[in-house]
Design a protein around this ligand. Structure first.
Ligand code: 6R9
Length: 690
């Protein structure tokens, strides 16, 4: 069955025929697609890459799905395990019809991911290698840590956390910008078996409080303020109000460890709650630079990361230790063709999954040198990224399409005045990359020399699922190409029936992979209903997808009520609930619209409380309500005043019509006769630009 799937993956004749076909592609011979669509790696690149041909990929892929136990055990054996895993390697129930959904990998094994990131690499002689280059917001403000130094700093914090009572299994909330202290804090938690929950430092006090209330941490770690571009953000104030709100809800935090980020704000200026608030710099240096490792079960929790869904409150995605470790390490190695001489920079923030798997764990597990950048990519000017690339000789650069598009608008001269000759591999994540942005990234940034790994994956998947392996096969701009080892994507129709060959539908995954999330914190039912019930027998990703005649996968965006703004997942329900919390807003309906730079923008229809007039001030305060409840990144781009919303006779809002109005596709409104009051549509159109 697995084998059949491998064959159908590329929708090419089975067995040798298929391999020959892919080889033919590499050689530029007869092609099914327009030759223009294919971008080939150079022969030299392929020759030196980990996976140098479709043939080699197929061999490895085949083994990974026919013998997952053997395939993943071999990779897992490269890491240190205090106790080896049991014979079985993995067990899963992926089918809701057969009972509870359950995924386990390397059960019985005991390990520690911090040990594998740091101590193991130091023992193999890399103690003096740079682990982190840190580049501050202001050019010229920088520092670095070797693996030895990083370990020492992690141990000091780990010792402190133990001292204030953090034990294996306890949660720690981290609300920090991209300081080195952020990965340090994550690793310190992992070292002592504590479960970190990083909250992106762009989230508002309310969102932070919501997460604190949900996971009840022993300690909250933050800093007083941060500079981003020319702005200063006072994080400690936000934490203060979040802690106030959580205390009102019965969750009292005893320790708020605060880094003094003195380039942004001095200690003396920071509001302080004696007893609860502790300056990091005051206490940590007193602790020893070594700290025993807490060995944890492979299935022991590593972290929680909250993410938006189509309904209700954010979901606490739970990842465990062993499988996540093996999966992030191997995906990093293969998808970026990582070599020990590479300098790697990922522009993502550790507040998102990309920063967990591919700023912190994946690269450090491989002993890589990672650039961590505090600032904004357009500060002090739009050449900053390439300045950083040249400064550190970055060879692998991983970013989001939204950044590519925003820099593309500024013109090529801001790129071409930098050398960039250190670049070898480029990467893209967060949303589909449109072919024109892909080509610009490839031709202008990478001088037509560097393959682009367009990696499709999710908070839930832990690591890459569909991704190019640079050097292995030709790319098509805008396609994430083929599945990673062990991943069996399937495309299903509305009825959940698997469709073969060239098709489009809903993207699901058959069978587990080591990096899969194991549950939603405190709500296993929601885990099962959200991801495993729509199409029984499969994991449902929430994404639409098509597969072309050559078997390449093309992601087409979310099919649920999740909007992807600059690669950030935002639930329409969350924005709606923030809007209706405004005393003058009666009802809200939020849809995504195409946005030139952000991918999608947020478009909100609002009806007001009877008698309230619409005004520009009211519009501003509605936007403010969303900023305050979620964060600035979720602020609607457009508020559309709606005296009434198009509803069916049973009262359901017809979002299909709202989407068309929002994107001004007025001749595609479709049938509006089933609406309770069809005249609201004309009213809405008339008010579109007011
Ligand atoms: C890693 C990350 C997941 C959603 C996912 C999809 C979109 C991510 C993509 C992509 C097309 C890619 N997405 N990478 N779509 N091509 N290369 O972004 O995780 O924040 O959980 O978002 O992002 O829609 O479902 P997360």
């Amino acid at each position: 069955n697995h084998l059949r799937h491998v064959e159908s993956m590329a929708h090419l004749p089975s067995g040798a025929g298929r391999i020959t076909r892919l080889n033919a592609l590499i050689l530029g011979e007869a092609l099914a697609s327009e030759e223009d669509d294919l971008v080939f790696p150079s022969e030299d690149f392929s020759r030196h890459s980990h996976v140098s041909s479709p043939h080699k990929y197929l061999e490895m892929y085949r083994r990974s799905v026919q013998d997952p136990a053997g395939f993943w055990s071999d990779i897992a054996s490269e890491f240190y395990w205090r106790e080896k895993w049991s014979q079985q390697v993995y067990s899963e129930n992926f089918d809701i019809r057969k009972g509870k959904i359950k995924i386990e990998w390397f059960k019985g094994g005991m390990t520690n991911i911090c040990y594998n990131c740091l101590d193991r690499n130091i023992e193999s002689g890399n103690g003096d290698k740079i682990a982190i280059y840190w580049e501050g917001n202001e050019p010229g403000l920088d520092t670095s840590l070797t693996y030895n130094q990083l370990l020492a700093r992690v141990c000091q914090l780990a010792n402190y956390l133990k001292d204030v009572g953090v034990r294996k299994g306890d949660a720690v909330v981290i609300y920090l910008p991209m300081l080195m202290e952020l990965p340090i804090a994550m690793l310190a938690c992992a070292r002592i078996g504590a479960v970190h929950s990083v909250v992106f430092a762009g989230f508002s006090a309310e969102s932070l409080a919501q997460r604190i209330i949900d996971c009840r941490p022993k300690v909250v770690i933050t800093c007083n303020a941060v500079r981003r571009g020319s702005k200063i953000i006072y994080l400690k104030d936000i934490v203060d109000s979040a802690l106030l709100e959580s205390a009102e809800n019965g969750i009292v935090i005893d320790v708020c460890l605060t880094w003094e980020n003195d380039s942004a704000m001095k200690k003396e200026m920071t509001k302080w709650m004696k007893g609860r608030d502790i300056w990091w710099q005051d206490v940590i240096l007193k602790y020893p630079v070594t700290c025993d490792v807490e060995w944890v079960d492979a299935e022991g929790p590593l972290f929680l990361l909250y993410t938006s869904g189509s309904t209700g409150k954010p979901k606490g995605v739970m990842h465990t230790t062993g499988g996540y470790m093996v999966y992030t390490a191997s995906t990093f190695k293969y998808a970026f063709d990582y070599k020990s001489t590479d300098i790697y920079w990922c522009t993502a923030d550790c507040g998102w999954i990309t920063g967990h798997s591919y700023v912190t764990y994946g690269p450090l597990l491989n002993g890589a040198t990672v650039v961590v950048f505090e600032g904004a990519p357009s500060y002090p000017d739009v050449g900053r990224c390439w300045d950083i690339v040249d400064k550190y000789k970055v060879s692998i650069f991983y970013t989001a399409p939204t950044l590519v598009r925003s820099l593309m608008r500024e013109g090529d001269e801001h790129v071409s005045r930098y050398s960039r000759k250190s670049l070898r591999v480029l990467g893209s994540v967060g949303e589909p990359i449109n072919p024109s942005a892909w080509r610009w990234f490839f031709n202008v940034v990478g001088d037509a020399r560097c393959p682009i790994s367009d990696t499709w994956w999710q908070t839930e998947t832990g690591g890459f699922m569909i991704t190019p392996l640079p050097g292995a096969w030709p790319q098509k701009p805008g396609s994430a190409t083929f599945p990673f080892f062990g991943v069996q994507p399937v495309i299903v129709d509305e009825k959940g029936v698997e469709i073969e060959g060239e098709c489009s539908g809903y993207l699901c995954v058959k069978g587990s992979w080591p990096g899969a999330f194991r549950t939603l914190y405190g709500d296993h039912r929601r885990y099962e209903t959200t991801y495993f019930s729509a199409f029984p027998g499969y994991y449902f990703s929430g994404d639409g997808c098509s597969r072309d005649k050559d078997g390449y996968y093309w992601l087409t965006g979310r099919v649920d009520d999740v909007i992807n703004v600059s690669g950030h997942r935002i639930g329409t329900a969350e924005v709606e609930s923030a809007l209706v919390s405004h005393p003058q807003c009666a009802e809200a309906a939020v849809v995504g619209v195409e946005h030139e730079v952000k991918g999608q923008g947020i478009y909100a229809f609002v009806t007001l409380v009877e008698g309230v007039p619409y005004s520009d001030d009211l519009r501003k305060s509605l936007v403010m309500a969303v900023r305050n409840q979620i964060g600035a990144f979720a602020a609607p781009d457009k508020i559309h005043w709606a005296p009434g919303l198009p509803k069916t006779r049973s009262g359901k809002i017809m979002r299909r019509i709202l989407r068309k109005i929002a994107s001004r596709q007025l001749d595609e409104l479709g049938d509006t006769s089933t609406l309770a009051d069809p005249t609201v549509v004309d009213q809405l159109i008339a008010l579109a630009d007011c």
